[in-house]
Write a protein that binds this ligand. Structure first.
Ligand code: DNO
Length: 406
């Protein structure tokens, strides 16, 4: 297969094991040293130790290769001082450089990161029941506004919503009991898998206040500053960065948002013209905006893609959406796959080592047996397996029908 099939693994405590992942047919592992506090150096020793755990099965003598490679890091999170451009940022940037060097020494080719302020990806409901009984992650704008205005009580939150949304949000808030309100709060600010932060209401308000003087332009300048320092080290170390788009790709809590559109991505790749300053195309994130032409983005920016998150979202009213199954929803996965395979062909013709772009099925539904288990929201085994199987079939069919994509 042309794309490298990868799977996100949350480390030794993930209920989905490396053996499970192997059986799912993935060959690449996507993971992070989640235990390292944000900003601190990933040491050579820690990286190598995790790599060994992933790639070698020590239950045999002599040990045997597991058939898995640590191919992508997702993520090395960027410290808030760097994002906010605070005076200590250079100290954290030096540490980030050190981590990149150590990752390069271990031969891990891709590092994902994001530039979302304060919170990583955001959802209001982690178990929205679908018609067929499956559970999906969702973002409901009315509930989000209810949290922002009436639970968090953010100053000037009313400026972020239309009168209609405010009216509906008030009604929603009034209809919720205290347990429902707390669940909503937890879903939004207690931290989703992979995002290491989790906040109380007070902490969260304080973190938001740190952005009072940071608008989109300033925030963009801070990203430029970071990339101009980090990319040269990534190039030297043989590491390719992949920035993840904003999820969802709209401003939340009045915070700046600068990785949401094709124009944003274009600006970022132009900061330093190198494949080491690359992109993670998360289909489901970008597709939440109807003005993002996803296959077109992959065609036009394909030469800078280092990682693909393949999933789909279904837009609802008022900017709400939920996670669709991988071949349905607003993402035209056929066109996305065709565009990705065309890029792979170009790379192949150039004999590039990164011809097999890593992709992973992202955010599956919770289905079947997993409905009765404790799972990482969006990352339960069976839903992801379904997604990956569908994507794999789609890829094979397109590859075989040369006519269509030549
Ligand atoms: C969610 C993920 C994100 C992503 C980070 C990248 O499922 O796509 O948490 O890993 O934003 O830094």
């Amino acid at each position: 297969m042309a794309l490298e099939q990868t799977w996100r693994w949350y480390g030794p405590s993930d209920p989905v094991t490396l053996a499970d992942i192997r059986q799912a047919g993935a060959t690449g592992i996507v993971t992070a040293l989640h235990e390292v506090p944000i900003g601190e150096v990933w040491t050579e020793e820690d990286v190598n130790c995790r790599k060994k755990l992933i790639e070698w099965d020590e239950n045999f003598t002599p040990r045997r290769p597991r058939g898995l490679t640590w191919s992508v890091i997702e993520s090395i999170p960027v410290h808030e001082d760097i994002k906010q451009g605070r005076s200590k940022r250079d100290v954290w940037i030096e540490k980030y450089k050190e981590s990149i060097r150590n990752v390069g020494k271990a031969g891990i080719p891709v590092v994902t990161y994001n530039w979302m302020p304060v919170v990583d990806w955001t959802r209001t409901n982690l178990a929205m029941e679908l018609e067929d009984g499956a559970k999906a992650l969702s973002f409901n704008m009315i509930e989000f506004a209810a949290f922002d205005m009436f639970i968090l009580m953010r100053d000037s939150s009313a400026d972020s919503y239309s009168d209609e949304i405010i009216k509906l949000a008030r009604a929603k808030f009034e209809s919720m009991n205290s347990e429902q309100r707390y669940t909503l709060q937890k879903n939004i600010i207690a931290g989703l898998p992979g995002g290491q932060e989790g906040y109380s209401l007070e902490d969260f308000s304080q973190r938001l206040a740190e952005y009072d003087d940071i608008d989109d332009n300033r925030y963009r300048e801070n990203l430029k500053y970071f990339l101009e320092k980090i990319v040269p080290v990534a190039i030297e170390s043989g590491v390719k960065l992949a920035i993840h788009p904003d999820d969802p790709p709209i401003s939340l809590f009045g915070l700046p948002r600068i990785v949401s559109t094709e124009t944003d991505l274009q600006y970022i790749v132009n900061i330093v013209d190198s494949i080491s300053n690359g992109l993670c195309i998360c289909a489901g994130s970008l597709a939440v905006r109807p003005d993002n032409d996803l296959p077109g983005i992959i065609e036009r920016l394909g030469h800078r893609i280092n990682f693909l998150h393949l999933r789909s979202t279904q837009r609802d009213t008022y900017g709400s959406f939920h996670e669709a199954s991988h071949l349905r929803g607003d993402v035209d996965m056929y066109k996305v796959m065709v565009a990705s395979l065309k890029e792979e062909k170009k790379r192949k013709a150039l004999n590039r080592r990164d011809e097999h772009i890593p992709m992973r099925a992202d955010h599956g539904h919770t289905i079947l047996d997993d409905l009765n288990k404790k799972t990482n929201p969006g990352y339960s085994a069976i839903g992801l397996l379904r997604g990956m199987a569908e994507l794999r079939g789609l890829e094979l069919a397109i590859e075989r029908s040369e006519v269509v994509y030549n």
